[in-house]
Design a binder for this molecule. Structure first.
Ligand SMILES: CC(C)(COP(=O)(O)OP(=O)(O)OC[C@H]1O[C@@H](n2cnc3c(N)ncnc32)[C@H](O)[C@@H]1OP(=O)(O)O)[C@@H](O)C(=O)NCCC(=O)NCCS
Length: 251
């Protein structure tokens, strides 16, 4: 195991440049083109610097994991967390911050580990640190619109069915859901419209290298659900479901 130290963005002037390789390696091309997320996510580093962390390996002198999160105010039951998932949460957080609203919980944006360090247990450490970040800011619980990482291998399976898939030991089939569950996370509900990418067919061709000769649903590598192509309106639409998950933050 490398010798890892936690570094917060506000203590590392060049944080984004030093960790962007993790982001670039984590998701398929099309996932970098969600209009709402692209408009708002840079706010994390500008407004909420003390909520972003990296795990820095002092031996190789590189960042091996990244955790992004933001504060949020929500006073309704957690069971009512909205269908809009990560997009709703991020926009709400920025707007609340603009209005000076005091947050009461922390929302996860993403956790990414280095492709060279996968299956070494780093993701467990990263979730635990995010819970620490919530505690240090007096926020709780930590909520996360979780993107189940193996769902892309089963894009035609509904998220409801996928969530019910278990291994022989009774734990979730999905790696990332398993991590959350093992750390005490509770799955609340599916947020069916968490992340949306919509653009012209030419753009989808460019991002995927695929041809779309007729209107209909297409399986795109890395996508959790099919992408709907409409040639008449020249639109390709991806609506990603995630799973609202809650981690209590204890003193
Ligand atoms: C999802 C992710 C964070 C997991 O990180 P990781 O460091 O590989 O995970 P860990 O080593 O902590 O292992 C977590 C679990 O996944 C399993 N796992 C990880 N990679 C696996 C693989 N390729 N095949 C099978 N199982 C795998 C591990 O065995 C472990 O399960 P277990 O504890 O039941 O044995 C990482 O794959 C990643 O960064 N992916 C890209 C970004 C992403 O999807 N982030 C999550 C949404 S924001």
């Amino acid at each position: 195991m490398p010798n890892l130290i936690r570094i917060m963005t506000d203590k590392e002037p060049d944080f984004h440049r030093k960790t962007v390789h993790l982001i670039n390696s984590a998701f398929p091309d099309f996932a970098f083109h969600g209009a709402v997320i692209n408009k708002y996510w840079r706010n994390l580093y500008e407004r909420f610097a003390d909520y972003q962390f990296g795990l820095f390996d002092t031996e190789s002198n590189e960042y091996l994991a990244l955790g992004n999160s933001f504060p949020l105010f929500w006073n309704r039951p957690l069971e009512e967390l909205p269908d809009g998932g990560i997009e709703w949460a991020l926009v709400s957080s920025v707007e609340q911050n603009d209005h000076g609203t005091q947050p009461n919980l922390l929302c996860a944006f993403q956790i990414i580990t280095s492709p060279n360090m996968r299956r070494a247990g780093l993701s467990y450490k990263a979730v635990e640190i995010m819970i620490d970040v919530a505690r240090e800011h007096g926020l709780g619980p930590l909520i996360a619109p979780v993107r189940p990482n193996r769902k892309s291998e089963h894009p035609r399976t509904s998220m409801e069915d996928y969530l019910a898939w278990k291994r022989n030991d009774g734990l979730p089939f999905d790696d990332w859901l398993r991590v959350h569950l093992r750390l005490g996370g509770r799955f609340i509900r599916i947020c069916p419209r968490s992340f949306i990418v919509e653009n012209s067919i030419a753009k989808w061709r460019e991002w995927t290298g695929m041809e779309f000769p007729a209107s209909g649903d297409y399986l795109v590598p890395g996508a959790l659900v099919p992408v709907t192509i409409n040639l008449e309106s020249d639109r390709g639409t991806y609506v990603e479901p995630n799973v609202w998950t809650v981690h209590e933050v204890r003193e």
